[in-house]
Ligand binder design. Structure first.
Ligand code: TYD
Length: 208
């Protein structure tokens, strides 16, 4: 592959994305692909500072300020990390991207989807992943998993109805672009999920 490709993982809290990102990257590396993993928010030096603000539980942030910080992080992420690796022929796998903004700030917080899509158009030239894996599971199960590992970030404090809106949001986004999304049932065992993702990605890579 002369030009690399961009793959993202999306899902609610506790959907197991970070584990699956690692497993997929290792499998693709074994197949000989140059692969790099990344995440949002906060996988650049500037982004780490933004992440601290975004996920702080002691700050009250206006939803629009929050939205713009996610975009500030993403612009830096795309220009400093994602684009350079794609140009070098890497498969870049990101734990979260713009679909998270549409799901959390749009469907969850109620910010206009049109505004978010317009920001994406003007600020990022509608840069989109080639493939997005949506790990879907009931909100209660995801939150329970995170409680088990004592993960108590900002969004873990939102109520169930917020998380249900986010989950439904992701499913609507996937329904709008079935050719980009692969929806995986994240209630299965992590081995089953990993092999389902790998098989799907191999199939898609053949056709690229
Ligand atoms: P993180 O600790 O990385 O959680 P997770 O393992 O669930 O990805 O925290 C990221 C949080 O940021 C997560 O709760 C979702 C939220 N988020 C948004 O609200 N909008 C966005 O655009 C992104 C990228 C993340």
């Amino acid at each position: 592959m002369a030009q690399g490709i961009f793959i993202t993982f999306e899902g609610i809290e506790g959907s197991g994305k970070s584990t699956q990102v690692k497993i997929l990257a290792e499998k693709l590396q074994k197949d000989g692909f140059k692969t790099i993993t990344t995440f949002e928010p906060g996988d650049t030096e500037f982004g780490r500072k933004i992440r601290e603000i975004l996920l702080s539980t002691s700050l009250t942030i206006n939803p629009l300020s929050e939205l713009l910080l996610y975009f500030a992080d993403r612009i830096q992420h795309v220009s400093e990390k994602i684009n350079p690796y794609i140009s070098e022929g890497f498969i870049v796998i990101s734990d979260r991207f713009t679909d998270s903004t549409l799901a959390y700030q749009g469907y969850g917080r109620g910010i206009s989807l049109e505004l978010i899509n317009n920001l994406n158009k003007f600020l990022l030239d509608e840069f989109k992943p080639k493939i997005t894996i949506l790990l879907d599971l009931p909100v209660e199960q995801g939150l329970a998993r995170n409680r088990n590992i004592n993960k108590n970030d900002k969004f873990e404090f939102e109520d169930i109805s917020f998380h249900n809106k986010v989950r439904e949001g992701f499913l609507k986004l996937a329904a709008l672009e079935p050719e980009r999304f692969i929806i995986v049932d994240a209630t299965k065992t992590f081995e089953e999920i990993a092999s389902e993702i790998y098989e799907n990605i191999k199939e898609r890579l053949k056709n690229l």
